[in-house]
Design a protein around this ligand. Sequence first.
Ligand SMILES: [Zn+2]
Length: 377
Amino acid sequence: LGQPVRPGEEIVYRRVRVFQGKILTPEELKRCLEDRLCLYTRAAAVRVEGRERFFFKDTRTAQAFLRSVQQMYAVKWDQPVSFREQVQVVVRDVPADRVTSVEDALAAVRRGIEEKWRYTVKDGDTLWNIAAAQGLALEDIIAANPGMNPDRLSIGQVIRLRREKPLLTVIQQYEVTKVEPIPFSREIQYDRRMHRGQVRIVKRGQPGKKEITYRVTVENGVEVNREVIATRELSPPVKQVERRGSRYLLASRGEGRANLGWPVSGPILSGYGMRWGRMHTGLDIGAGYGAAVSAAGSGTVIRAGWYGGYGRTVDIDHGDGVVTRYAHLSGINVGVGEAVGRGQVVGQVGSSGNASGAHLHFEVLINGVPRNPLNYL
Ligand SMILES: [Zn+2]
């Protein structure tokens, strides 16, 4: 040890008479004392949360040990470190064999200490939710409870739990400043002169920059918390302006050729216009009962159901004021709000509502007014 020791018991010297053969040589006396005497030495005890965990030969060594633990876990050399636990160094006499070296004590800190407790199984518990709630690995619980059947827990059953816990927790708090982007917003302008799906970037957006200062807390080298303590805008983001096409049809007020597809193929039984003194607002296309009716263009379903004399009806909004209507259906395949593609089956030909026989009544409405579908097909 390189320092004075004293015996734990008092040694008394007395003059007695013995036989010659019982007198010990100095070497024999030494061996005898080593076996029987507990030697005490003055040592520096390190108390963690009130419990003496380590003994060093002096206070300086104890302090060097504590500094080494802090260095072992520190992430920022230039920032202060502290222990989460209450740590004290006290000087007292301890059995000499309990004094350790700094290296051995550091190894013990790295190993940690085992924490043990018990858990009583409650109604509805599974081993998995117990493990999750207690922050343990399932295999560790199984290993700590030999003979337990993990699939059959009973209420009131006591389970042994244990975990390795660090003996000392080194805390470091420091600030970091980072430059981060600020996302830009978009302004969308719809343009009737451009086709749907076309996008033109009028003004390109630029992310801004902000400087954020965080306070970071690290425990034994692991980041456990990061809070924003200051934010400063370095440059504002620039909004992106996009122009998107909203034109679905070519201008087709009778003169142009448009791009709606035929919803069913068949003869035109009755055209758009006056019929027996009444206006016929659509096209009657002959097709067999149950024939598939497909969307004339892509759009959004705005009606799907019974609609008076039209019977079962589907209306599709194609944007730009264009709506197509499919009436007298026997079945409907789509729902209101559903996006449909051109050619997608929306229902079946039938004779529901005011219809004399199976046919499709097809309408094209521009801004709510029925127009001659033939100008758009
Ligand atoms: Zn009709």
